[in-house]
Design a binder for this molecule. Structure first.
Ligand code: GLY
Ligand code: MN
Ligand code: MN
Length: 444
């Protein structure tokens, strides 16, 4: 299994501590276990920030970084070993494991945190935390601070400054290391394979969920614990619902099916969309829209390189799509005026992409000082133009209605442009039709 090496977590902690103010402390909780219903829990997924700094996979843990602390800068509070609980729920690292396997300098039982953490905070001037994202933890933090305040008459010094950790940490997360790109390539490879499998399995009469099952099969077989987000398998007019997740309609000849799905490997997401014909052959209208979206995506790729800003790729897709819609007779007027008036938004209502990483819509600022961010080597993003012609759009000829197409790939900015991570799944009309035809011949 490809994963982030342990040494990288140590490098990340050091890099963060190097940016923290002197005499400060950072405190970050693990994700809570989420209840699905009664005694059933959701599959556990570590908090991305916590994972980024620790690689520690357990709930009920708190990470503490204290730059310059003589007795160790990295402290982990975590569950104690417990033979009976481990018999039921699985192994725990315990404090020994936290030190031995996860690089902690010091580790304490999570049950002792109220007694120990105020003593660690005391005397530090500034606390970095993920303020606002976990109200229960924020409340605990204030309780620990109040313990120190209550001892001020004994000389205890509570911190005076509280700083959101997000700014430093999320900027770090935006720049992917070689190891991160390697993991993202693997997630992309497995996801591409899943899309290929779904195209090969597609037949009229199956359901959207039949194709979802093909995706899930490849995800799990590739070692992914789960999809990076709820898979969208949207046939016919459902393809015009941007976040469709019902996935229970029947696949009909003559319809397109849009699949937006990607798996997660070691907490890194992939995010791929392909749109293909249920029958294996695009109709003339479907092909025209598809090739327009593809041209928009190609134009966007050309605008992704160091020193180009974040919005250039989006602007390129808007121009190609607007001009193409005019050519097809779906929009009428002057292209520049249509762009200025955002006429394309009736058909293309989302942006051309987003940052991609541990979160599918990853962290990182899109603007800096009010200006679009300039792309740099190691930034990862999606490129996902689309055209969605509403089934009830009375302004266009009937033959266009209900067609929804999105094409989405994942890229990493390189010195000279960008590397497409998701090239393993066919994309041109000819390639997709050939793949589907070959699968049908084999099955016949
Ligand atoms: N799958 C979510 C997105 O494409 O942004
Ligand atoms: Mn996306
Ligand atoms: Mn997507």
């Amino acid at each position: 299994m490809i994963h982030i090496p342990k040494s990288e977590y140590g490098r990340r902690r050091k890099a963060l501590m190097a940016q923290m103010e002197p005499n400060s402390i950072a405190i970050l909780p693990a994700a809570a276990v989420a209840i699905r219903n009664r005694d059933v829990e959701h599959v556990y997924r570590q908090d991305s920030d916590f994972q980024y700094l620790s690689g520690f996979p357990e709930p009920q843990a708190v990470l503490v970084l204290m730059p310059g602390r003589v007795h160790g800068e990295y402290i982990l509070f975590c569950r104690e070993r417990n033979a009976e609980r481990e018999l039921w729920d699985g192994l725990r690292a315990g404090q020994e494991g936290a030190i031995r396997d996860f690089g902690a300098d010091d580790a304490f039982p999570i049950t002792d945190i109220d007694d120990i953490l105020p003593g660690l905070i005391e005397g530090r001037d500034r606390v970095y935390s993920a303020m606002g994202s976990n109200p229960e933890f924020d409340r605990h933090l204030m309780e620990w601070i109040n313990v120190i305040r209550s001892k001020a008459n004994l000389g205890a010094q509570p911190p005076n400054e509280f700083v959101a950790l997000d700014h430093l940490l999320h900027d770090m997360r935006l720049y992917k290391s070689a190891a991160e790109v390697k993991v993202m390539r693997e997630a992309a490879r497995i996801s591409a394979q899943a899309h290929v499998r779904a195209m090969q399995a597609c037949r009229a009469g199956l359901h959207e969920f039949s194709l979802e099952a093909e995706l899930d099969y490849e995800f799990r077989k590739g070692g992914a614990k789960m999809p990076a987000y709820g898979s969208i398998v949207a046939a016919g007019r459902n393809s015009c619902i941007l976040h469709y997740q019902q996935n229970d309609a029947v696949l009909k000849d003559g319809d397109l099916v849009l699949i937006d799905a990607g798996c997660e490997i070691d907490c890194y997401a992939s995010d791929i969309t392909r749109t293909f014909p249920v029958s294996g052959k695009y109709s003339a209208e479907q092909k025209a829209i598809y090739e327009l979206v593809l041209a928009a995506q190609e134009a966007a790729f050309a605008e992704i390189a160091p020193n180009k800003h974040w919005n250039q790729a989006h602007e390129a897709t808007v121009r190609v799509i607007t001009a193409g819609l005019v050519k097809l007779g779906l929009l009428q007027g002057d292209i520049d005026e249509l762009i200025a008036g955002e006429a394309y938004k009736a058909f293309y209502m989302h942006r051309a992409g987003h940052w991609l990483g541990m979160d599918v819509h990853d962290v990182g600022e899109y603007k800096v000082g009010g200006e679009w961010r300039v792309l740099e080597v190691g930034m990862a993003l999606t490129v996902e133009p689309g055209i969605y012609i509403a089934p009830d759009n009375q302004n266009v000829a009937k033959k266009w209605r209900g067609i929804g197409v999105r094409i989405e790939d994942d890229v990493v900015v390189t010195k000279t442009g960008c590397e497409v991570l998701t090239g393993g799944v066919p994309k041109t009309v000819a390639e997709i039709e050939a793949l589907m035809a070959a699968a049908r011949t084999r099955a016949a």
